[in-house]
Design a protein around this ligand. Structure first.
Ligand code: FAS
Ligand code: PHB
Length: 380
């Protein structure tokens, strides 16, 4: 097979990139290791920045999101037994949309297949050599010849490893805690998201619909889910969130490690990394999916200039352009994470600083605006 752009991975990065390129008449082939049900069933992010939601609508894949997604105009920070609302819309004029990542992925996959465009599931890429992609499909090794390769294969992909070792710098920060997350059929206990700082640890109240809640607890890294029966999870969530949560059937549960990763540069020759393949952020800032989308918007503009006019200036600037936003998002995500989590071995002074930070952020319009403008998404 041959194509202009070989896209590895059918997550938000790969699927949005393909949709952006399709709009410019640029051919692409998406190779996805997993099956369609697997990809569409993965429970991950839940918050779309203002710009992400607008882009999905602009790409013609936002109708269900606008129907079923929930526009939120604020979030709440809880600490010292009280809730403090951050008025996102009042402070920035922008909002967020709560709509599960798996729903975004379903909408993008449906649109691509409806347009009859190449998206191959259970096609595992085993190697990238220049612009030749080798993959296995139906047990047969196959090759895709490309003009350009987009590594959208996430944090466990192969493309980051295809960059020459001497040409890459990998920065990593591992946080001393993880998130135990559940998806449950239970009524939301608050209309908006609640981030709670508590002496027993962080907790987050989010949702997918008014009847489906998405809840998280800070736990030690490597926590065994067997130690957390449902009753213990619900009790701990009530204690930390201070909300009258009504328990319900748990539909999905998992423990997600907390880390930050940045791979620099995000490009080598005709291979471009985007999304989690190039960077990981702790989910406290609700940025992972949105940063992936931000990368591919830059990449699509660069590839359009290249294929349309042979102009490589935007391609040459791709990595630096993306990394400016990547580091801003790393800063915000690290700040939110450090402010809201109890750190092993912390002392009363650390605790005092965190409570002071939370009081300042919720008490000062200037400070609350810095949180709000990052949370709804910094301007491009
Ligand atoms: P993705 O990982 O979504 O997609 C990469 C795709 O490439 C996958 O479908 C994978 O199967 C495929 N692939 C990998 N190797 C391949 C190969 N060799 N050949 C072919 N295909 C290959 N972000 C938030 O904002 N909030 C959250 O609450 C949140 N929770 C998360 C929970 C978990 C368990 C994880 C892992 C991530 C979470 N994230 C969260 C981050 C997440 O949403 C990512 O930022 C987002 O999926 C990034 O999208 P992609 O870059 O497309 O990567
Ligand atoms: C979610 O709804 O999954 C979610 C919301 C906010 C976050 C992280 C995850 O910061």
């Amino acid at each position: 097979m041959r194509t202009q752009v070989g896209i590895i991975g059918a997550g938000p990065a790969g699927l949005v990139l393909a949709r952006l390129l399709q709009r410019e008449g640029i051919d692409a082939v998406i190779l996805e290791r997993r099956s369609r049900p697997y990809v569409e069933g993965r429970v991950r992010a839940g918050v779309l920045e203002h710009g992400t939601a607008d882009l999905l609508e602009d790409l013609g894949v936002g109708a269900r999101m606008r129907r079923e997604g929930m526009v939120h105009r604020g979030i709440e920070l809880r600490f010292a037994g009280a809730g403090h609302r951050i008025d996102l819309e009042g402070l920035t004029g922008r909002t967020i949309t709560v709509y599960g990542q798996q729903e975004v992925v379903k909408d993008l996959i449906a649109a691509r297949l409806a347009d009859g465009l190449p998206l191959h599931f259970e096609a595992e890429v085993t190697g990238v050599d220049g612009t030749t992609v080798t993959y296995k499909h139906d047990g047969v090794e196959q090759r895709l010849e490309c003009d350009v390769v987009a590594g959208c294969d996430g944090s466990h992909g192969v493309t980051a490893g295809a960059l020459p070792a001497g040409a890459v710098r990998r920065h990593e920060r591992v946080y001393p805690y993880a998130w135990l997350g559940i998806l449950a059929r239970a009524p939301a206990a608050n209309e908006e998201l609640v981030y709670a700082y508590h002496e027993r640890g962080f907790a987050l109240h989010s949702m997918r619909t008014p009847e489906i809640v998405r809840l998280y607890l800070q736990v030690p890294p490597g926590t065994d889910l067997a130690e957390w029966p449902d009753e213990r999870i619900w009790d701990e969530l009530r204690r930390r969130l201070g909300l009258p949560l009504v328990a319900g059937p748990v539909l999905e549960r998992g423990v997600t490690p907390m880390r930050s990763v940045v791979v620099e540069p995000m490009r080598h020759d005709r291979l471009f990394l985007a999304g989690d393949a190039a960077h990981i952020v702790p989910p406290t800032g609700a940025k992972g999916l949105n940063l992936a989308v931000a990368d591919v918007r830059v990449l699509a503009e660069a590839l359009t200039a290249y294929f349309r006019d042979g102009d490589e200036k935007l391609m040459d600037a791709y990595s630096d352009t993306c990394l400016r936003r990547v580091w801003q998002v790393q800063r915000f995500s690290n700040w939110m994470t450090s402010m809201l989590h109890r750190h092993p071995g912390d002392d009363p002074f650390d605790h005092g600083l965190q409570v002071a930070e939370l009081a300042y952020v919720t008490g000062s319009t200037a400070a609350a605006t810095t949180l709000a403008e990052n949370y709804v998404g910094l301007p491009r």
